[in-house]
Design a protein around this ligand. Structure first.
Ligand code: HEM
Length: 400
């Protein structure tokens, strides 16, 4: 147990940078997080230039995820995404969160999603590889990993094929909030203009897609308005696109930077499912999740936290806590991670897209292994995952 510390909002000596700004490529992030965890599972750090606390112990983080009183989940999202995304269950608390989550998440499990899981995912992966044509080299991030998840969401929504590329550009631009608020707002408005006639059309003639499922959803007599449907579609992109994109990039980095892993999964496909679970532990895309503490002083893990202070849920650190995972820095294709991963945020906010995310990773991996078995990573250094909030490779230069 750490000693009781008194609201020291000063980072410990040698504390690493600023988690909102610094890139922490490759092992840098994990070394920084391990040092903080050894110092104290709840440590003072800096975030966006301000004092913050970082929770790095597995036990402490699992507790914090379930503690809405000390760490109300919606407050941080109200600042970081609501101004451009609109009001969704992500920015609601308690009963209202439950009601709207029930209303909007069956759409993620609708028949549109099942149909996508069965055949659509593989088709998207094949199409992207077909587009590479006869070349033998590519940046797989630009050509593949940065596209799959956006296409999956567009197709689940039922966006016409001719609008897909444009729609992806708007979705990417919308996700620029708060870095580039003007571009983000412009793209959000373009998404709205494009979708409103489609929503009106689906209200008249529902189809087997997620927009129709959102229109038809009913929880305790509540129905979603057009603006609520639009906000929840924006949420699909903000929560479901970059996360899965980065997970897929991290998976390819993990397998190609140590090519024996790629080889082993070629020879033993039965290990692929486990490899994905291990990836979600070893290099999870939501490495550090910012929350705000309650609007009054709270005590957590023996530390006094001032009101409304950023508290960083360091999922990447908890997933490598040696108290829970032996040799945590080792990527072990046979490791049993069951019920111990914090990557999808346990508790009332558990990721409703986790099943779809896992299927996307699996199908993309199977298709790549079948179509491009000779993949080689050309610039491992440049392909290292980077970023702390969302973490993935910016480029994956490969040959085959
Ligand atoms: C590997 C990919 C993914 C990871 C690592 C991931 C991770 C997470 C985490 C950690 C949370 C909890 C956030 C919190 O506690 O504040 C979350 C929530 C959420 N995720 Fe995912 N996610 C992934 C993919 C997806 C996909 C594909 C979708 C939808 C298509 C999705 C939709 C959501 C939504 C809507 C929430 C908000 C839940 C709520 O506030 O009740 N995620 N995700």
């Amino acid at each position: 147990m750490p000693l009781m510390t008194n609201a020291s909002s000063e980072p410990p000596p040698g504390a690493p940078g600023d988690f909102a700004v610094d890139l922490y490529p490759g092992g840098q992030l994990h070394r920084a997080l391990a040092a903080l965890r050894r110092h104290n599972p709840v440590s003072a750090v800096r975030f966006a230039g301000r004092p913050a606390f970082l929770i790095s112990g597995h036990r402490e983080l699992a507790e914090a995820f379930r503690d809405n009183a000390r760490f109300p989940p919606a407050d941080a999202y109200r600042i970081t995404i609501e101004p451009v995304q609109g009001v969704t269950f992500q920015t609601m608390e308690d009963e209202q969160h439950r009601l709207y989550r029930n209303l909007a998440t069956p759409a993620f499990r609708s028949r549109a999603v099942s149909a996508m899981e069965e055949e659509g995912l593989a088709r998207i992966a094949h199409e992207l590889i077909d587009r590479l044509g006869g070349v033998r080299r590519a940046d797989l991030a630009a050509a593949f990993t940065h596209r799959v998840a956006f296409l999956v969401i567009s197709r689940m929504l039922g966006i016409p094929a001719r609008g897909e590329e444009m729609f992806r550009d708007w979705a990417v631009g919308f996700l620029e909030f708060p870095r580039d608020p003007e571009r983000s707002r412009r793209c959000a408005a373009q998404i709205t203009d494009y979708l409103l006639p489609i929503i009106a059309e689906r209200r008249e003639r529902p189809r087997e897609d997620v927009i129709s499922a959102l229109i038809l959803a009913d929880a305790d007599g509540h129905r979603l308005t057009d603006e609520e449907i639009l906000a929840h579609i924006r949420l699909l992109f903000s929560a479901g696109a970059s996360t899965t994109t980065d997970a897929l990039g991290n998976l390819l980095f993990a397998l190609l930077s140590e090519r024996s892993r790629w080889q082993q999964l070629q020879e033993q496909p039965q290990l692929r499912e486990n490899a994905i679970e291990e990836l979600l532990r070893w290099e999870t895309p939501v490495a550090v999740l910012p929350r705000l503490s309650a609007p009054h002083p709270v005590e957590f893990g023996g530390v006094q936290i001032p009101p409304a202070t950023f508290c960083l849920f360091a999922i990447a650190a908890a997933n490598r806590d040696p108290a829970v995972f032996a040799e945590p820095d080792r990527f072990d294709l046979r490791r049993d991670t069951k019920k111990k991963l914090l990557s999808f945020g346990p508790g009332p906010r558990l990721c409703p897209g986790l099943h779809l995310a896992r299927r996307q990773l699996r199908v993309a991996l199977d298709v790549l292994m079948e179509r491009l078995p000779g993949l080689q990573l050309l610039e491992p250094e440049a392909a290292q995952p980077r970023g702390a909030i969302l973490r993935g490779p910016a480029q994956l230069s490969v040959a085959w």
